[in-house]
Design a protein. Sequence first.
Length: 246
Amino acid sequence: MKNLSNKTALVTGASRGIGAAIAKRLAREGANVAITYNSSPDRAEAVVKEIEAAGGKAIAIKADSSDPNAVKAAVDKTAETFGGLHVLVNNAGIAMLKSVEDFTLEDFDLHTSVNIRAVFAGSQAAIKHLPRGGRIITIGSCMAERVAGPGGSVYAMSKSALIGLTKGMARDLGPKGITVNLVHPGPTDTDMNPADGVGADWQRSMNALGSFGSVEDVAAMVAFLAGPESGNITGAGMLVDSGNNV
Ligand code: NAP
């Protein structure tokens, strides 16, 4: 019996990067997996095919996280398709790094809608489906607590907001036996932050291990939080960041 046999997970923004790795890892743990995507239908379908080829069950749902109704509909569609929902992973996120002087209000609003409001809307929609033992796991960032260089003000703010939201939801949902946690990746090799990109060596120089993380590192932490051994952990923020914040 695998850790997540007979369980269903929804991972937002899982056509690529960290979300795709989480979806594949949760499927390997035995979960039926739904993923959302916005602009990469082919890559989302490839994730589904890979899970199915390994013997798992998966679906891809188009849901722009800047639209709270689309996120809510994705939650309900997941529960309807697989007959329930046990794990919600709020992963979809955007990061525009530029000086506060250059940030437009439109870009500010996009960050708050995708990185914060979608987490609220998806989590709220999930509550009616989640049983005791249900899990809400959100992907934050090491930048929630440490902004090591210029250009990160709005992105960092959006991730800091998730700390309060997570702690508050943990209090609200504790009596229902639902845990709510954050995972804070450090520099992780994806399209958003390539390990060979401009600034990658600078990021390595900022952390204790001098390394860049992999998407599998983050997926492993999510798998632990989604699994049966994490039931006494809620309202927590878990750093998977090469020691960026030490
Ligand atoms: P990525 O490589 O840019 O991938 C982003 C994923 O999110 C894609 O699957 C994308 O789907 C989806 N997405 C973006 N905007 C969306 C929207 N409006 N609606 C629905 N889906 C949307 O990013 P990543 O590095 O994997 O980041 C994943 C999470 O980790 C984010 O929350 C990010 O803030 C966080 N994080 C990343 C790092 C890092 O160094 N990589 C560090 C700390 C935290 P489509 O392609 O279909 O649009």
